[in-house]
Design a protein around this ligand. Structure first.
Ligand SMILES: Nc1nc2c(ncn2[C@@H]2O[C@H](COP(=O)(O)OP(=O)(O)O)[C@@H](O)[C@H]2O)c(=O)[nH]1
Ligand SMILES: [Mg+2]
Ligand SMILES: [Zn+2]
Length: 290
């Protein structure tokens, strides 16, 4: 009988698949399909033949909406972009993660963690990203983390991204009491740090899935040209209809609605300045290519 499910683990050509009733199957690909580790990744929606005793044979991988690498994970719906008062927020990194989210069709949610220590970053996050993402204030030390579960409703898959030490692992462990130590355990066994774990897994919550590795591959801007950068800032895109030039990059052009919004305080000045810096960096890199 053919069934469908989500790949929650994939190691050495054997993948664990969970069906909609949360039953787990150990699946493998028949040789003739020539699927290997790299082809079937965590987050893939697959079809398989149930051959009994909890085993299955892969028949088809559904088309992916997106795929992140290092470690590979497919079909990510939501990315929790974590910032905190300690370490000091790196908004440059957060900008890049958000740009990647919009590029990959992933909903970014800015999570301000460690509000038990200070909530000063909450207003900073609102100023910077309030117009393009939800801002959620939490502490991994209390029940406030449960607010993140809402974003998984409907079987969605979420991952964490953000600087080291902002609390990504702590948030995951707070959301998954049963996974406590599991992530640390895997990396301890393999002797690798969490940041170099090659395999990710998905953990099933009541309503959706959480990836136990952060989306740190989101941190570099891949294949974005300087003149395309503007397309991945949602609020800039909305305003650009009022710019004089349709292809306005919102930098040197006159009569620019984005620059007007910055002057009026509707767009955060520092976020705009980081955009210009990123734009110039990409442009410089393009020049250097020739
Ligand atoms: N006070 C406080 N400390 C936290 C919170 N979340 C994480 N931490 C601490 O911050 C440090 C880094 O957390 P960790 O989860 O390893 O960060 P990661 O590198 O992003 O995975 C650890 O010492 C945690 O105990 C929080 O909400 N409040
Ligand atoms: Mg961690
Ligand atoms: Zn403009």
């Amino acid at each position: 009988m053919t069934k469908s499910g989500t790949v929650v683990k994939s190691v050495g050509g054997v993948f664990t698949v969970m069906d909609d009733d949360q039953r787990k199957y150990v699946c493998f690909a028949p040789k003739k399909l020539r699927y290997n580790d790299a082809d079937v990744v965590v987050g893939d929606k697959i079809f398989f033949d149930d051959i009994g005793r909890g085993k299955g044979v892969l028949t088809e991988i559904a088309p992916r909406r997106n795929k992140l690498s290092r470690p590979p994970i497919a079909n990510v719906d939501v990315c929790f972009v974590v910032v905190a008062c300690r370490p000091q927020p790196d908004f440059f990194l957060a900008d890049k993660v958000l740009i990647n989210c919009f590029q990959e069709g992933i909903e970014p949610v800015v999570v301000v963690n460690k509000v038990d220590l200070s909530d000063e970053v909450v207003s900073l996050a609102r100023q910077n990203y309030g117009s393009v993402a939800d801002i959620v204030a939490v502490s991994a030390l209390d029940n406030s983390v449960l607010g993140l579960v809402d974003y998984l409703q409907g079987g969605k898959t979420a991952c964490f991204a953000g600087q080291s030490a902002v609390g990504k692992t702590s948030l995951l462990n707070a959301l998954l009491p049963q996974a406590m130590g599991a992530t640390g355990g895997i990396s301890a066994k393999s002797g690798r740090g969490v940041h170099t774990t090659r395999h990710s897994s998905l953990h099933r919550l009541s309503c959706g899935y959480l990836a136990d590795t952060c989306g740190f591959s989101l941190c570099e801007l891949h294949n974005i040209r300087s003149d395309e950068l503007r397309l991945y800032l949602d609020d800039f895109v909305t305003l650009s209809h009022e710019c004089k030039y349709t292809s306005c990059t919102h930098t040197a052009e006159p009569d620019c609605a984005v620059k007007r919004a910055v002057q009026q305080g509707d767009i955060c000045l520092s976020r705009y300045e980081r955009y210009v810096e990123e734009f110039n960096e990409l442009k410089q890199a393009e020049k250097n290519q020739y």
